[in-house]
Design a protein around this ligand. Structure first.
Ligand SMILES: Nc1ccn([C@@H]2O[C@H](COP(=O)(O)O)[C@@H](O)[C@H]2O)c(=O)n1
Ligand SMILES: C[C@@]1(CO)OP(=O)(O)OP(=O)(O)OC[C@H]1O
Length: 164
């Protein structure tokens, strides 16, 4: 007998982190990579907005909450946590809830860092963390808004999961 078709579920995630103030410098971690010479992002964790948006899209698709409910800032173990660590844990939670992950697509919005030269490196690391393809694109906001003024970085993500 033909098995019933599993209808895929989509999810969405969005995250923003401000650049750290100059008197409290931090390294930049974004899309699972360190970016030497670039201004770091503020946050309880390492501020990796790309990894956070990807994790939130996975939680959204699987109905397993969001970043705050799974990794709240009241949890000292997540202080300075890397985005890749959070993404690995997010994928584990999603699979434990009975889903397989199809893919995750993320777009970062910001002037810097110039992302394209390291896109493949980032996609390899993030795909390894999720255990499914993660693609990342980048755009500026044409000089407009907080990303255009260089105050921070935004990332938006979608994910597809299937109940197994
Ligand atoms: N941080 C960024 C932003 C953009 N790119 C690349 O530049 C292309 C053009 O960006 P526009 O915002 O002017 O459309 C974009 O498609 C990316 O390939 C980048 O590498 N890093
Ligand atoms: C990741 C967490 C937890 O360390 O902290 P932040 O680095 O501040 O990141 P954010 O995207 O604001 O939200 C979720 C938090 O729970």
């Amino acid at each position: 007998m033909k098995p019933a078709m599993q209808i895929p579920r989509t999810g969405i995630g969005f995250d923003v982190h401000a650049f750290a103030s100059e008197d409290k410098p931090r390294p930049l971690w974004l899309a699972g990579l360190e970016w030497p010479g670039e201004r770091g992002l503020a946050g309880h964790s390492d501020g990796d907005a790309v990894a956070h948006a990807a994790a939130d899209a996975l939680f959204s698709a699987s109905g397993t909450g969001d970043l705050g409910t799974n990794f709240g800032i009241d949890r000292p173990e997540y202080a300075r946590a890397s985005g890749v660590t959070l993404l690995i844990e997010a994928a584990r939670i999603v699979r434990e809830a009975g889903f397989e992950i199809g893919n995750v697509a993320v777009q970062l919005v910001g002037n810097r860092p110039r992302f394209t030269p390291r896109r493949e490196e980032a996609e390899t690391i993030l795909s390894g963390a999720v255990g499914a393809p993660v693609t990342v694109s980048a755009t500026t906001s044409d000089g407009l808004g907080f990303t255009g003024r260089g105050e921070g970085i935004a990332a938006i993500a979608t994910a597809v999961v299937v109940c197994v």
